[in-house]
Design a protein around this ligand. Sequence first.
Ligand code: SF4
Ligand code: SF4
Length: 397
Amino acid sequence: MKWNSPGNELETEYLKISDKYENKKIYIYGAGIVGGRVFDSVSSLTDWEVAGFFDKDSSKKSYKGIPVYHRSQMSEILKNYPDSMILLGLLDSLGKKIKDEIAKECGISSQRCVLYEEFIRYEFPVIMLCKYEKVFLDTVTMIVTERCTLRCKKCSIMLPYFKSIKEFPFEKLKKEADAFFHMVDFVGNYTLTGGEPLLNKELPQIVEYIGQNYRDKVGSFQFITNGMLSPNEELLLLIKKYDIAIQVSDYTKAVPSIKDKVLENIKKYREHGINVDFLCNAEWVDFGFESVEHDMSEEQLIAFFDYCRTRCRGYVDGKIRYCINAYFAAKALEKEEDDNNFFDIINLEQNMEQKRMLVEFDLGYNKDGYLSMCKHCNGTCEINKHFIEVGEQWENH
Ligand code: SF4
Ligand code: SF4
């Protein structure tokens, strides 16, 4: 979207939803990770009454300190509270189906049931800003190294193509974390990654610093790793202490020689009671930055950017990049950085106007309404059908 009036774009939108959740009982459907993320965000920033979760698993009785009601009780409960709202704590791929089922089963208007993406990526940040003057961001990834133990031909950040590698020492990352959390009241998902994050030898210090100072401003705190490096005891204890989830991307089909090590490391995390996801079913797409040349008008580029709605915010050098893939691709291809793609947190004065602009930027506003790299891109994973082999390596890896 094109920024017509930076700092004032959201008021009209807010008026349409201003009383949607006020003074209403809120229920969350799905007592799992996504539902928990919704709960953490709402309970950290608002005084809304979250009255309970609904779930189809009858063994769940309580979650996050509030009751979990079985799905079969839903109709009765909603009948007693005709003003209540249901937030879907499920990814939209499943949530859309459940939303229709709930409306039918309980005989309620589907408007009382709100999809996760619509809520967490749009309505909640707008309400938080316009009513509570708080900055809520859905998801941000902090880059802690540009080094990696693999050399994937189609690395989504084109890391093997970099001509120079930047260092990310603890003191620099500490200052950037301070600037970020000074500006942001709550982030649903804060990820540390690279490259391979365990290659940053100061990772334990970074984790300790963010955990100790800002853990209460983060919903899910996580690492994304390729699993090849063993975490030492110090790091394992910190991961456990600050409830960090580990996402291990699976490269073992493309690089079978790493399989034993990766499985051994996953076991190590689990033995320490750490929550690990082994992402075996991930699909990769080719962004196409080095070869695509769209012949699109200005209007078409704006529409393409709005349709893409990438979630891949990256935090590097004190600037939030709207599309981290576009940022790194520009670096790899030695193109000039696009000022539509970043919001400078560390060098700007931190005041309410900047906070309003940050939320607008995160919702997809910028000067041109698109990024220069959109002209050379097939789009983010959700809209891109150019599937490729996961983790294919340059020879002599
Ligand atoms: S593991 Fe592959 S895709 Fe991930 S950062 Fe390293 S080179 Fe890139
Ligand atoms: S179209 Fe490509 S470059 Fe543009 S925002 Fe989406 S992923 Fe980034």
